[in-house]
Design a binder for this molecule. Structure first.
Ligand code: URA
Length: 205
């Protein structure tokens, strides 16, 4: 366990992470979101998969990757035989950042300060799960874990080593794949994404 910042309970375990996240005010996103979205999976998970931040559906239900990006993740994970029940699935930022537009809540990417503030939670999850492999999906997860989210296309499919020695596989974010206007490029990147998930499923082979 790791000592919590002043406004949080003095010790946080996986079981107490959700209420502590709900109360988190380490950045300005927390008070605007419906709730905090904690990572999900067994404490024994050997692979940790990290996305960007909850979307609208995740914000409303309090679970990671259950909206459109989550559905594509599930589809590719099934093809890769990466069992969602056996991984720790989480986000670099634990609250949904959005701008209201009429009845819609439009997703807004978290800024560097928000990613940095929320890294406290990601570090805590890594300390509690101790995964053999971390998978960074997209630039925000890569930035939080490695210190830079730049050059993601060139880095996708590669393994980088985090300062504590944990290998980190960089790959695309499923929401990015959904947004690509060129179907051929989307198909190629989805195949590369699935290949990365297969590598994670077979880890450490
Ligand atoms: N995108 C993410 O990065 N995380 C989620 O939980 C959902 C969408």
């Amino acid at each position: 366990l790791r000592p919590a910042p002043k406004e949080l309970p003095s010790e946080i375990a996986l079981e107490t992470m959700k209420p502590a996240l709900d109360a988190c005010r380490r950045c300005a996103i927390g008070p605007c979101a419906t709730q905090g979205v904690a990572g999900e999976g067994p404490a024994s998970a050997r692979v940790m998969v990290v996305g960007e931040q909850p979307g609208e559906q995740e914000d409303l239900k309090g679970r990671p990757f259950i909206g459109p990006a989550g559905q594509l993740f599930d589809q590719c994970a099934r093809a890769a035989r990466l069992d969602r029940e056996r991984i720790w699935l989480t986000n670099a930022v634990k609250h949904f950042k959005f701008t209201p537009r009429g009845k819609q809540w439009l997703h807004q990417a978290p800024n560097a300060g928000e990613v940095k503030a929320c890294r406290w939670w990601l570090d805590l999850e890594r300390q509690l799960i101790k995964p053999d492999l971390v998978v960074a999906m997209g630039a925000t997860a890569a930035a939080s874990l490695t210190g830079t989210g730049k050059g993601l296309v060139e880095r996708a499919g590669q393994i980088e080593t985090l300062p504590d020695g944990t290998p980190c596989l960089i790959t695309y974010h499923p929401a990015h794949l959904l947004r690509l206007p060129d179907p051929q490029l989307a198909q190629a990147r989805q195949a590369a994404f699935t290949a990365s998930l297969r590598r994670a499923a077979d880890w450490p082979l």
